[in-house]
Design a protein around this ligand. Structure first.
Ligand SMILES: Cc1cc2nc3c(=O)[nH]c(=O)nc-3n(C[C@H](O)[C@H](O)[C@H](O)COP(=O)(O)OP(=O)(O)OC[C@H]3O[C@@H](n4cnc5c(N)ncnc54)[C@H](O)[C@@H]3O)c2cc1C
Length: 132
Protein backbone atom coordinates (compact mmCIF):
# COMPACT_ATOMS: atom_id res chain seq x y z
CA UNK A 1 0.00 0.00 0.00
CA UNK A 2 1.23 3.53 -0.87
CA UNK A 3 0.78 6.37 1.54
CA UNK A 4 1.11 10.06 0.71
CA UNK A 5 3.85 11.62 2.79
CA UNK A 6 3.59 15.15 1.37
CA UNK A 7 0.70 17.36 0.26
CA UNK A 8 -0.45 16.89 -3.35
CA UNK A 9 1.35 19.09 -5.87
CA UNK A 10 0.80 19.89 -9.55
CA UNK A 11 2.97 20.95 -12.44
CA UNK A 12 2.42 21.86 -16.10
CA UNK A 13 2.73 19.16 -18.78
CA UNK A 14 5.76 20.42 -20.58
CA UNK A 15 9.50 20.11 -21.10
CA UNK A 16 11.03 19.58 -17.66
CA UNK A 17 14.74 19.00 -17.28
CA UNK A 18 16.25 18.49 -13.85
CA UNK A 19 19.81 19.55 -13.07
CA UNK A 20 20.51 15.90 -12.13
CA UNK A 21 18.61 12.61 -12.13
CA UNK A 22 20.94 10.92 -9.65
CA UNK A 23 22.14 11.82 -6.17
CA UNK A 24 23.65 10.01 -3.20
CA UNK A 25 22.23 6.46 -3.41
CA UNK A 26 19.31 7.74 -5.52
CA UNK A 27 18.32 7.28 -9.14
CA UNK A 28 15.19 8.95 -10.50
CA UNK A 29 13.16 7.18 -13.19
CA UNK A 30 10.00 8.05 -15.15
CA UNK A 31 8.23 11.35 -14.71
CA UNK A 32 10.23 11.98 -11.54
CA UNK A 33 13.33 12.22 -13.76
CA UNK A 34 12.00 14.21 -16.72
CA UNK A 35 8.95 15.86 -18.20
CA UNK A 36 7.79 15.79 -21.79
CA UNK A 37 4.75 17.35 -23.42
CA UNK A 38 2.19 14.50 -23.74
CA UNK A 39 1.40 15.28 -27.42
CA UNK A 40 3.51 12.35 -28.66
CA UNK A 41 2.50 9.88 -25.93
CA UNK A 42 6.09 9.09 -24.98
CA UNK A 43 6.16 9.57 -21.20
CA UNK A 44 5.65 5.92 -20.33
CA UNK A 45 8.13 4.79 -22.99
CA UNK A 46 10.79 7.08 -21.54
CA UNK A 47 10.09 5.69 -18.07
CA UNK A 48 10.35 2.10 -19.36
CA UNK A 49 13.66 3.08 -20.99
CA UNK A 50 14.91 4.42 -17.66
CA UNK A 51 13.93 1.24 -15.83
CA UNK A 52 15.52 -0.93 -18.52
CA UNK A 53 18.77 1.09 -18.47
CA UNK A 54 18.97 1.00 -14.67
CA UNK A 55 18.29 -2.75 -14.55
CA UNK A 56 20.89 -3.38 -17.27
CA UNK A 57 23.54 -1.30 -15.50
CA UNK A 58 22.86 -3.04 -12.19
CA UNK A 59 22.81 -6.53 -13.73
CA UNK A 60 26.18 -5.92 -15.40
CA UNK A 61 27.85 -4.40 -12.37
CA UNK A 62 30.44 -7.18 -12.07
CA UNK A 63 32.83 -6.62 -9.19
CA UNK A 64 30.98 -3.48 -8.01
CA UNK A 65 28.95 -5.07 -5.24
CA UNK A 66 27.11 -1.95 -4.05
CA UNK A 67 24.06 -1.23 -6.20
CA UNK A 68 24.10 2.38 -4.99
CA UNK A 69 27.72 3.02 -5.98
CA UNK A 70 28.18 6.45 -7.64
CA UNK A 71 29.95 4.79 -10.59
CA UNK A 72 26.84 2.77 -11.43
CA UNK A 73 24.43 5.64 -10.93
CA UNK A 74 26.55 7.86 -13.20
CA UNK A 75 26.59 5.10 -15.80
CA UNK A 76 22.78 5.00 -15.68
CA UNK A 77 22.51 8.80 -15.94
CA UNK A 78 24.90 8.89 -18.92
CA UNK A 79 22.96 6.13 -20.71
CA UNK A 80 19.67 8.02 -20.42
CA UNK A 81 20.87 11.57 -21.05
CA UNK A 82 20.85 11.49 -24.86
CA UNK A 83 17.59 9.57 -25.56
CA UNK A 84 15.66 11.61 -23.00
CA UNK A 85 16.99 14.93 -24.28
CA UNK A 86 16.27 13.92 -27.89
CA UNK A 87 12.64 13.07 -27.05
CA UNK A 88 12.26 16.26 -25.02
CA UNK A 89 13.60 18.33 -27.90
CA UNK A 90 11.23 16.69 -30.40
CA UNK A 91 8.10 16.95 -28.25
CA UNK A 92 8.87 20.48 -27.08
CA UNK A 93 9.75 21.54 -30.64
CA UNK A 94 6.47 20.11 -31.98
CA UNK A 95 4.46 21.73 -29.17
CA UNK A 96 6.02 25.12 -29.97
CA UNK A 97 5.62 24.65 -33.71
CA UNK A 98 1.93 23.74 -33.47
CA UNK A 99 1.28 26.32 -30.75
CA UNK A 100 2.63 29.20 -32.84
CA UNK A 101 -0.02 31.38 -34.45
CA UNK A 102 2.11 33.34 -36.98
CA UNK A 103 0.67 32.57 -40.47
CA UNK A 104 4.12 32.30 -42.10
CA UNK A 105 5.10 29.71 -39.50
CA UNK A 106 1.92 27.72 -40.12
CA UNK A 107 2.73 27.69 -43.86
CA UNK A 108 6.31 26.64 -43.22
CA UNK A 109 5.08 23.89 -40.87
CA UNK A 110 2.66 22.55 -43.51
CA UNK A 111 5.34 22.58 -46.21
CA UNK A 112 7.70 20.70 -43.87
CA UNK A 113 5.08 18.10 -42.93
CA UNK A 114 4.11 17.56 -46.59
CA UNK A 115 7.79 17.15 -47.52
CA UNK A 116 8.40 14.59 -44.76
CA UNK A 117 5.25 12.73 -45.82
CA UNK A 118 6.69 12.33 -49.32
CA UNK A 119 10.02 10.96 -48.04
CA UNK A 120 9.37 7.49 -46.53
CA UNK A 121 12.96 7.05 -45.35
CA UNK A 122 12.98 10.37 -43.45
CA UNK A 123 9.50 9.63 -42.10
CA UNK A 124 10.58 6.22 -40.84
CA UNK A 125 13.76 7.63 -39.29
CA UNK A 126 11.78 10.30 -37.43
CA UNK A 127 9.15 7.81 -36.24
CA UNK A 128 11.65 5.14 -35.15
CA UNK A 129 12.39 6.46 -31.61
CA UNK A 130 8.66 6.75 -30.88
CA UNK A 131 7.97 3.19 -32.05
CA UNK A 132 10.78 1.57 -30.09
C1 LIG B 1 -3.12 13.58 -20.42
C2 LIG B 1 -1.93 12.67 -20.49
C3 LIG B 1 -1.81 11.78 -21.56
C4 LIG B 1 -0.69 10.94 -21.63
N1 LIG B 1 -0.61 10.06 -22.66
C5 LIG B 1 0.42 9.21 -22.74
C6 LIG B 1 0.51 8.25 -23.79
O1 LIG B 1 -0.36 8.13 -24.65
N2 LIG B 1 1.60 7.45 -23.82
C7 LIG B 1 2.59 7.53 -22.88
O2 LIG B 1 3.59 6.79 -22.98
N3 LIG B 1 2.52 8.41 -21.88
C8 LIG B 1 1.46 9.26 -21.77
N4 LIG B 1 1.38 10.14 -20.74
C9 LIG B 1 2.47 10.21 -19.77
C10 LIG B 1 2.38 9.07 -18.76
O3 LIG B 1 1.11 9.07 -18.14
C11 LIG B 1 3.49 9.30 -17.71
O4 LIG B 1 4.71 9.54 -18.35
C12 LIG B 1 3.62 8.08 -16.80
O5 LIG B 1 2.39 7.81 -16.14
C13 LIG B 1 4.71 8.33 -15.77
O6 LIG B 1 4.79 7.20 -14.95
P1 LIG B 1 5.51 7.30 -13.54
O7 LIG B 1 5.35 5.96 -12.93
O8 LIG B 1 6.88 7.84 -13.74
O9 LIG B 1 4.73 8.42 -12.74
P2 LIG B 1 3.20 8.41 -12.29
O10 LIG B 1 2.36 7.60 -13.22
O11 LIG B 1 2.85 9.86 -12.10
O12 LIG B 1 3.22 7.66 -10.90
C14 LIG B 1 3.71 8.29 -9.72
C15 LIG B 1 2.88 7.77 -8.57
O13 LIG B 1 3.44 8.28 -7.35
C16 LIG B 1 2.38 8.74 -6.54
N5 LIG B 1 2.92 9.81 -5.67
C17 LIG B 1 3.31 11.05 -6.00
N6 LIG B 1 3.73 11.74 -4.94
C18 LIG B 1 3.62 10.89 -3.88
C19 LIG B 1 3.92 11.02 -2.50
N7 LIG B 1 4.43 12.13 -2.00
N8 LIG B 1 3.67 9.96 -1.71
C20 LIG B 1 3.17 8.79 -2.21
N9 LIG B 1 2.88 8.63 -3.53
C21 LIG B 1 3.10 9.66 -4.35
C22 LIG B 1 1.33 9.26 -7.50
O14 LIG B 1 0.06 9.28 -6.89
C23 LIG B 1 1.42 8.23 -8.62
O15 LIG B 1 0.61 7.12 -8.40
C24 LIG B 1 0.31 11.00 -20.63
C25 LIG B 1 0.16 11.89 -19.56
C26 LIG B 1 -0.94 12.71 -19.48
C27 LIG B 1 -1.11 13.61 -18.28
Amino acid sequence: MLESITPAAHFPLQFLKLPATIAHRLALVGDAAHGVHPLAGQGVNLGFGDADALATVLAARGPVADAGAPLLLERYARRRAEPVLAMQAVTDGLARLFGASAPWLASLRNIGLAAVDRLPLVKRTLAQPALR
